[in-house]
Design a protein around this ligand. Structure first.
Ligand SMILES: O=C(O)CCC(=O)C(=O)O
Ligand SMILES: [Fe+2]
Length: 217
């Protein structure tokens, strides 16, 4: 009798795959770093709390945000932008923890983008029902560096569109520890996150967290 319940096929680590030219999924690569990333998130949000920013149009975002690194992404009635100071605390954003930087650089490398030097890390917290509508990341000064996006906690459905808002979107299920990297011809693709379903995760509780690394300056 064969009692080998876990065949080699089942236990083989998932491998990186290209979702679209220049866009890569790196399943699970952050899971072994999750505890360190989680500790880093906590440290950052202790001094620079998660908050619901307001869009230039005046709506409150459902995702709560904070930042670390030289620059942080913010939004208010005046627009979207990066700045070195947290508008809430009026103090500089905390330094990007070394483990964050290493994770982002390694992910970019695995997706074929060597020499990624992130200077901004946006921390996104999704409670059940929170979502991010289709958008392009285009507040960065130049688009030659990729975007590195790390998922922690509750799963979510990521939508990757094309270069035009109306283009067809492909849906990807993102689990704890999954990383997406998009750059080059994919750098300005529209993308978003569908409303997160209620759930419980051992590390993050009732939330999904996402770290988005960018070279903003
Ligand atoms: O939460 C995610 O997976 C994506 C976040 C995102 O697109 C952004 O912060 O610009
Ligand atoms: Fe984005």
């Amino acid at each position: 009798m064969n009692l080998d319940l876990f065949s080699a096929e089942d236990t083989a680590p998932p491998t990186p795959y290209e979702i679209a030219p220049g866009a890569w999924a790196l399943p699970g690569i952050a899971s072994t770093h999750a505890d360190a990333l989680w500790a880093g998130i906590h440290k950052v949000i202790q001094s620079h709390p998660l908050r619901h920013l307001v869009t230039p149009g005046g709506s409150r975002m459902s995702v709560a945000m904070s930042n670390c690194g030289d620059l942080g992404w913010v939004s208010d009635e005046a627009g979207y932008r990066y700045q070195g100071t947290d508008p809430l605390t009026q103090t500089p954003w905390p330094a990007m923890p070394e483990g964050f930087r290493e994770m982002a650089i390694s992910a970019a490398e695995q997706a074929g983008y060597p020499a990624f030097e992130p200077d901004a890390c946006l921390i996104n917290r999704y409670a059940p029902g929170a979502r991010m509508t289709l958008h392009q990341d285009k507040n960065e000064r130049d688009y030659s560096a990729p975007i590195v996006s790390v998922s922690l906690g509750l799963p979510a459905v990521f939508e990757l569109g094309g270069l035009e808002r109306g283009d067809k979107v492909q849906r990807l299920s993102l689990q704890h520890g999954d990383v997406l990297v998009w750059g080059g011809p994919a750098r300005l693709r529209f993308h978003g996150v569908r409303a997160v379903d209620p759930g419980q995760h051992l590390l993050t509780g009732a939330h999904r967290f996402n770290l988005t690394f960018r070279k903003a300056a």
